[in-house]
Write a new protein. Structure first.
Length: 160
Protein backbone atom coordinates (compact mmCIF):
# COMPACT_ATOMS: atom_id res chain seq x y z
CA UNK A 1 0.00 0.00 0.00
CA UNK A 2 1.44 3.38 -0.99
CA UNK A 3 1.93 6.07 1.60
CA UNK A 4 -0.88 8.60 1.54
CA UNK A 5 -0.45 12.15 2.66
CA UNK A 6 -3.23 13.13 4.99
CA UNK A 7 -4.19 16.73 4.42
CA UNK A 8 -6.00 18.68 7.09
CA UNK A 9 -9.43 19.94 6.13
CA UNK A 10 -8.15 23.46 6.65
CA UNK A 11 -4.73 24.74 7.64
CA UNK A 12 -5.23 26.70 10.82
CA UNK A 13 -2.34 29.10 11.05
CA UNK A 14 -2.67 32.16 13.25
CA UNK A 15 -2.98 35.28 11.17
CA UNK A 16 -0.90 38.33 12.03
CA UNK A 17 -3.27 40.66 13.84
CA UNK A 18 -2.57 43.82 15.74
CA UNK A 19 -4.39 45.29 18.75
CA UNK A 20 -6.90 47.13 16.50
CA UNK A 21 -7.82 43.91 14.69
CA UNK A 22 -8.43 42.24 18.05
CA UNK A 23 -10.62 45.14 19.21
CA UNK A 24 -12.60 44.98 15.97
CA UNK A 25 -13.09 41.22 16.36
CA UNK A 26 -14.18 41.66 19.97
CA UNK A 27 -16.78 44.26 18.97
CA UNK A 28 -18.06 42.15 16.05
CA UNK A 29 -18.43 39.11 18.30
CA UNK A 30 -20.62 41.18 20.60
CA UNK A 31 -22.65 42.74 17.77
CA UNK A 32 -22.19 41.45 14.22
CA UNK A 33 -24.70 43.98 12.89
CA UNK A 34 -22.85 47.08 14.04
CA UNK A 35 -22.33 49.65 11.26
CA UNK A 36 -18.83 50.54 10.12
CA UNK A 37 -19.43 54.08 11.41
CA UNK A 38 -20.31 52.85 14.92
CA UNK A 39 -17.56 50.24 14.87
CA UNK A 40 -15.09 52.96 13.89
CA UNK A 41 -16.23 55.10 16.84
CA UNK A 42 -15.77 52.16 19.21
CA UNK A 43 -12.21 51.42 18.04
CA UNK A 44 -11.16 55.00 17.12
CA UNK A 45 -10.88 54.51 13.34
CA UNK A 46 -12.63 56.03 10.36
CA UNK A 47 -15.42 53.98 8.74
CA UNK A 48 -13.34 53.34 5.58
CA UNK A 49 -10.36 52.16 7.67
CA UNK A 50 -12.62 49.82 9.67
CA UNK A 51 -14.23 48.49 6.49
CA UNK A 52 -10.79 47.78 5.01
CA UNK A 53 -9.65 45.92 8.14
CA UNK A 54 -12.88 43.89 8.32
CA UNK A 55 -12.50 42.96 4.65
CA UNK A 56 -8.89 41.89 5.27
CA UNK A 57 -10.00 39.75 8.25
CA UNK A 58 -12.71 38.15 6.10
CA UNK A 59 -10.29 37.43 3.25
CA UNK A 60 -7.78 35.92 5.70
CA UNK A 61 -10.48 33.57 6.99
CA UNK A 62 -10.44 35.03 10.51
CA UNK A 63 -14.05 36.18 10.13
CA UNK A 64 -15.89 33.23 8.62
CA UNK A 65 -19.39 34.64 8.49
CA UNK A 66 -22.16 36.51 10.26
CA UNK A 67 -25.27 35.03 11.76
CA UNK A 68 -28.16 35.66 14.10
CA UNK A 69 -28.00 33.81 17.40
CA UNK A 70 -31.39 32.14 17.88
CA UNK A 71 -32.60 30.84 21.23
CA UNK A 72 -33.73 27.28 20.41
CA UNK A 73 -36.30 27.25 23.23
CA UNK A 74 -37.90 30.47 22.08
CA UNK A 75 -37.98 29.10 18.52
CA UNK A 76 -39.90 25.98 19.60
CA UNK A 77 -37.00 23.58 20.26
CA UNK A 78 -37.02 23.19 24.06
CA UNK A 79 -35.05 19.91 24.17
CA UNK A 80 -31.27 20.08 23.72
CA UNK A 81 -29.41 16.79 23.45
CA UNK A 82 -25.72 15.92 23.35
CA UNK A 83 -24.80 12.62 21.73
CA UNK A 84 -21.47 10.83 21.57
CA UNK A 85 -21.01 8.11 18.96
CA UNK A 86 -18.48 5.28 18.98
CA UNK A 87 -18.63 3.98 15.40
CA UNK A 88 -18.22 0.33 14.51
CA UNK A 89 -15.09 -0.55 12.55
CA UNK A 90 -15.02 1.15 9.13
CA UNK A 91 -18.16 3.20 9.78
CA UNK A 92 -16.56 6.62 10.43
CA UNK A 93 -17.66 8.10 7.11
CA UNK A 94 -21.20 6.80 7.47
CA UNK A 95 -21.66 8.47 10.88
CA UNK A 96 -20.47 11.79 9.48
CA UNK A 97 -22.79 11.50 6.45
CA UNK A 98 -25.84 10.70 8.60
CA UNK A 99 -25.09 13.64 10.92
CA UNK A 100 -24.95 15.99 7.94
CA UNK A 101 -28.38 14.81 6.78
CA UNK A 102 -30.21 15.31 10.11
CA UNK A 103 -31.36 18.96 10.30
CA UNK A 104 -31.82 18.86 14.10
CA UNK A 105 -28.06 18.33 14.49
CA UNK A 106 -26.63 21.85 14.69
CA UNK A 107 -23.02 20.96 15.57
CA UNK A 108 -20.98 17.81 14.93
CA UNK A 109 -17.37 17.22 15.92
CA UNK A 110 -14.91 14.45 15.10
CA UNK A 111 -12.77 13.90 18.18
CA UNK A 112 -10.21 11.70 19.88
CA UNK A 113 -10.96 9.14 22.56
CA UNK A 114 -13.31 6.18 22.73
CA UNK A 115 -16.13 8.11 21.10
CA UNK A 116 -15.18 9.50 17.70
CA UNK A 117 -18.09 11.90 17.25
CA UNK A 118 -19.94 14.40 19.39
CA UNK A 119 -23.00 16.24 18.23
CA UNK A 120 -25.49 18.70 19.60
CA UNK A 121 -29.08 18.75 18.48
CA UNK A 122 -32.24 20.68 19.31
CA UNK A 123 -35.61 18.94 19.26
CA UNK A 124 -39.24 20.00 19.47
CA UNK A 125 -39.88 17.11 21.88
CA UNK A 126 -38.18 14.04 23.35
CA UNK A 127 -40.32 11.93 20.99
CA UNK A 128 -38.05 13.04 18.12
CA UNK A 129 -34.98 11.56 19.81
CA UNK A 130 -35.45 7.82 19.25
CA UNK A 131 -35.89 7.90 15.46
CA UNK A 132 -32.77 10.03 15.11
CA UNK A 133 -30.70 7.75 17.34
CA UNK A 134 -32.03 4.76 15.37
CA UNK A 135 -30.26 6.18 12.29
CA UNK A 136 -26.90 5.79 14.07
CA UNK A 137 -27.25 2.60 16.13
CA UNK A 138 -26.75 0.15 13.23
CA UNK A 139 -23.30 1.71 12.72
CA UNK A 140 -22.08 2.35 16.25
CA UNK A 141 -22.82 2.86 19.93
CA UNK A 142 -24.48 6.10 21.08
CA UNK A 143 -24.39 7.79 24.48
CA UNK A 144 -27.05 10.46 24.96
CA UNK A 145 -27.38 13.27 27.48
CA UNK A 146 -30.26 15.73 27.82
CA UNK A 147 -29.15 19.27 28.62
CA UNK A 148 -30.77 20.82 31.70
CA UNK A 149 -29.00 24.19 31.66
CA UNK A 150 -26.07 26.04 30.14
CA UNK A 151 -24.15 27.61 33.05
CA UNK A 152 -21.66 28.99 30.49
CA UNK A 153 -23.60 29.87 27.35
CA UNK A 154 -21.82 30.52 24.05
CA UNK A 155 -19.64 33.56 24.48
CA UNK A 156 -17.07 35.51 22.47
CA UNK A 157 -13.45 34.45 22.32
CA UNK A 158 -11.27 36.29 24.88
CA UNK A 159 -9.17 38.14 22.30
CA UNK A 160 -7.82 40.92 24.48
Amino acid sequence: MANRKIRPERAYEPKAMDALDLRILTELQMDGRVSFAELGRRVALSPPAVAERVQRLEEAGVITGYHAEVDPRAAGFPVTVMVRVRPAIRELQRISKIAQEVPQIVECYRMTGEDCFFFLMHLRSVVELEPILDLFTPYGHTTTSLVHAAPVPRRPLPLD
